[in-house]
Design a protein around this ligand. Structure first.
Ligand code: ADP
Ligand code: SF4
Length: 694
């Protein structure tokens, strides 16, 4: 794609001097970062299987102004093989060239490239390599998804680990990386296993005291320095606290560990807890600060820490108060690869803030290339040539009507408008945002409104986009307006008949039963106790409605055919938090149960294994099973023969109207419509690139 065909609508102004500090260069051992924006290692679900995809994604962040861009978890030996999840690899010299692709893409844009070199320990699945995983003491993998036990390392194994680490960092150096890592957090690496009193029960010089548990780290650090320290900076990524109570590394020991190694690395990359990417529902910006108060007094080496930072004021304050030297970011750099540039150019209202939904992590957990709710171009930089800030200029003078001002309608209008088309957006309600308006009033979900706010802010800058509120349109009106093209983003609604994953036919329901949909609970309708929520959707909605109703003082039972409440949120890393919250709120939880019938004053549950029936009293029933598209308008326009009406050149559906799904999917579908509208290249030609990414 040539640059002449691209358009950026950005208006650049002068950088606010308050943020000058963020653009100071920082020395890291033998290398120098041009500014303080540091993309910490983060997974992307693609890894070594899609080297071009990963290189283009990382290169985009460097283009967007990040001073340091790291790989994800990079396995440097088959004994630490996290297959099938996506990850970078440096097992042999043959892996150097694919990694060099990323390094080149990052260097081209003036950033440093870092490699999170890791040998995993007890965590390893090793499903691909079939090596037996190694650990300080013999334990099964905490993942519980593979029935194997890691073997305790003997002295020869320890020598091998040291040798393999050295060989791995040498390969990283050959690939051109500027920073290599020693990884001591997240319960994933063998070095963290040694540090952890939970896993390390050795009685030799590698176990017992903290000094002993850090021995292997010290040895590997020295050997890494000898091997690559002339060219590469050495970072230690350390857990300051495993947040595991008495079992793991305590806060006191985390602090002590940093004291012991204070000046040994060139950079400290600090974190806490096994999972440090909690959803915004449970954790807000700068959550790590309470752990950081002492770190700059311990070491003169630069410190990076994350905190899902999207506010430049918070970033600058953290640096000015001497808590960090680098603003670490994974998710904010995914949602907006151009975040540093936007701060630099004084375009704060163009920042696409991460909403903390963790769909990016969910994709990694599902073993697919990742995606982002806010940034639909993430991981599509290579295979679709999508640039997060640029679109191709449209060549026709087409006028387009977008019906529906939810996330999909807003996204389509934004992209079409940016491409220069004449766009009108009609929304039935008095406010834009669609289903996000009630959803973001649910507990903890307010940040999701950033999806609307970013797009609305962009639309307000486009003079070729007109917005009409309070405009419920029908087919007749649409055909008389005279638009060339119409795209329907009319959303979806929750079913009231119980059809979903479990039931392909409606759940037998007594006509006197009170059956409610999630929309009614969200708008505060009256319910009668006891409320039964049947969750066959498994994402956040069933669990969060139980929370809402319990907080309103109702007696609530949540019933689900799965073994866990809101089971799909396991991949967004907040399932445990959700179930804990419901238990604490006194919600009765009935898992592995189907809803067989809904009677006037009770429901009948059915065990998913035995089919055994249990009646329980029910004043009202909330069905969270599946959503249906609002496609009546589309059908009315198309008519019984399903032909685009002659008054229009095209008619399309996007977002939930096309197919109800994740918010990320809805925005992606709208974005794609906006990009591909009036473009001759058949999408399939591009898709083939996915298969060729080797
Ligand atoms: P999506 O996630 O696909 O954007 P939403 O349900 O969030 O879907 O948004 C759909 C929006 O479409 C809602 O704001 C709704 O008010 C609006 N809408 C639905 N039907 C019409 C219509 N006939 N005319 C105008 N707006 C409509
Ligand atoms: Fe943030 Fe959600 Fe995008 Fe992940 S998917 S970067 S959490 S907006």
């Amino acid at each position: 794609m040539s640059i002449e065909t691209l358009v950026e609508t950005a208006v650049k102004t002068k950088r606010d001097p308050r943020y000058d500090i963020l653009f100071e260069p920082v020395q890291i051992g033998p290398v120098r970062a041009k500014n303080r924006f540091y993309q910490v290692p983060h997974c992307n679900g693609a890894g070594y299987k899609y080297p071009n995809t990963v290189a283009a994604m990382r290169g985009m962040k460097a283009e967007g102004g990040w001073g340091v861009v790291n790989t994800e978890f990079c396995s440097i030996h088959p004994v630490g093989d996290p297959s099938p999840t996506g990850h970078a690899r440096l097992w042999t010299d043959a892996d150097i060239a694919p990694n060099a692709l990323m390094v080149e893409a990052v260097h081209k844009n003036g950033a440093l490239a870092g490699c999170e070199t890791v040998i995993t320990g007890v965590y390893s699945h090793n499903r691909d390599s079939r090596e037996i995983s190694l650990s300080p003491s013999p334990y099964p993998s905490p993942l519980g998804d593979f029935p194997s036990v890691a073997r305790a390392l003997d002295r020869n194994d320890i020598k091998n680990i040291r040798r393999w680490h050295k060989e791995g960092v040498l390969r990283a150096k050959k690939a051109g990386f500027d920073i290599v890592y020693l990884y001591l957090c997240h319960g994933i690496s063998i070095l963290h296993d040694f540090l952890s009193p939970r896993i390390n029960h050795r009685t030799d010089e590698y176990g017992g005291s903290l000094e002993n548990r850090l021995r292997l780290t010290r040895e590997i650090l020295e050997e890494t320095r000898d091997a690559v320290g002339d060219k590469c900076a050495i970072a230690i990524r350390l857990s300051l606290d495993d947040v595991l109570g008495d079992e793991g590394l305590s806060r006191e020991e985390g602090r002590e560990a940093m004291h012991m190694l204070a000046e040994a690395p060139d950079l400290w990359d600090l974190t806490a807890g096994a999972v440090d990417s909690i959803t915004s529902r449970f954790e807000k910006e700068n959550w790590l600060e309470p752990w950081l108060s002492f770190v700059k007094s311990v070491s003169s080496k630069p410190v990076v820490a994350v905190g899902r930072f999207t506010s430049p004021d918070t970033m600058a304050s953290m640096v000015k108060r001497g808590l960090i030297d680098f603003v670490g970011a994974a998710r904010p750099s995914i949602a907006d690869p151009f975040l540093p540039k936007k701060i630099e150019e004084g375009r704060l209202d163009d920042i696409r803030e991460c909403i903390g939904c963790n769909i990016c992590l969910a994709s990694q957990m599902m073993v697919t290339p990742s995606r982002c709710t806010q940034n639909p171009t993430f991981m599509e930089e290579w295979r679709r040539d999508w640039h997060p800030e640029k679109v191709t200029i449209g060549h026709s003078s087409s006028s387009i009507l977008v019906v529906g001002g939810g996330p999909a309608g807003l996204e389509a209008a934004h992209i079409l408008g940016k491409r220069g088309f004449q766009v009108s957006l009609a929304e039935a309600g008095k406010e834009l945002g669609g289903h996000l308006l009630p959803v973001t009033r649910l507990p903890g979900l307010s940040e999701w409104l950033r999806v609307r706010d970013y797009r609305l802010g962009q639309l307000q800058k486009l003079t070729n986009v007109e917005i009409f509120l309070d405009s419920q349109l029908d087919a007749e009106q649409i055909l008389t307006f005279g638009f060339d093209h119409v795209v329907l983003a009319t959303g979806s609604h929750w079913r009231r008949d119980g059809i979903g994953r479990r039931h392909v036919l409606p759940i037998p329901t007594n006509e006197n039963a009170v059956v409610l949909a999630p929309e009614q609970i969200m708008t505060g309708c009256e319910v009668r106790d006891r409320v039964i929520i049947f969750d066959d959707d498994h994402y956040y909605m069933g669990g969060i409605l139980a929370e809402v109703l319990a907080k309103r003082g109702h007696a609530v039972t949540i019933v689900t055919p799965t073994p866990l409440v809101s089971s799909w949120t396991s991949v967004t890393f907040d399932q445990t938090l959700i179930q804990t919250k419901l238990i604490e709120l006194g919600v009765e939880i009935r898992t592995n149960m189907d809803l067989a019938t809904i009677e006037g004053d009770h429901v009948t549950l059915s065990c998913v294994f035995t089919g055994r029936k249990t009646p329980i009293a029910a004043g009202s029933v909330v069905l969270v099973t599946a959503r249906e598209s609002n496609d009546a308008l589309y059908n009315a326009l198309m008519g019984p023969n399903e032909n685009v009406p002659p008054e229009l050149k095209s008619l399309a559906k996007i977002g939930d109207c096309l197919s109800p799904g994740l918010l990320a999917q809805s925005i992606y579908s709208a974005h794609r419509y906006g990009r591909e509208f009036d473009v001759a290249t058949p999408p399939l030609a591009k898709l083939e690139r996915l298969l060729l990414d080797q």
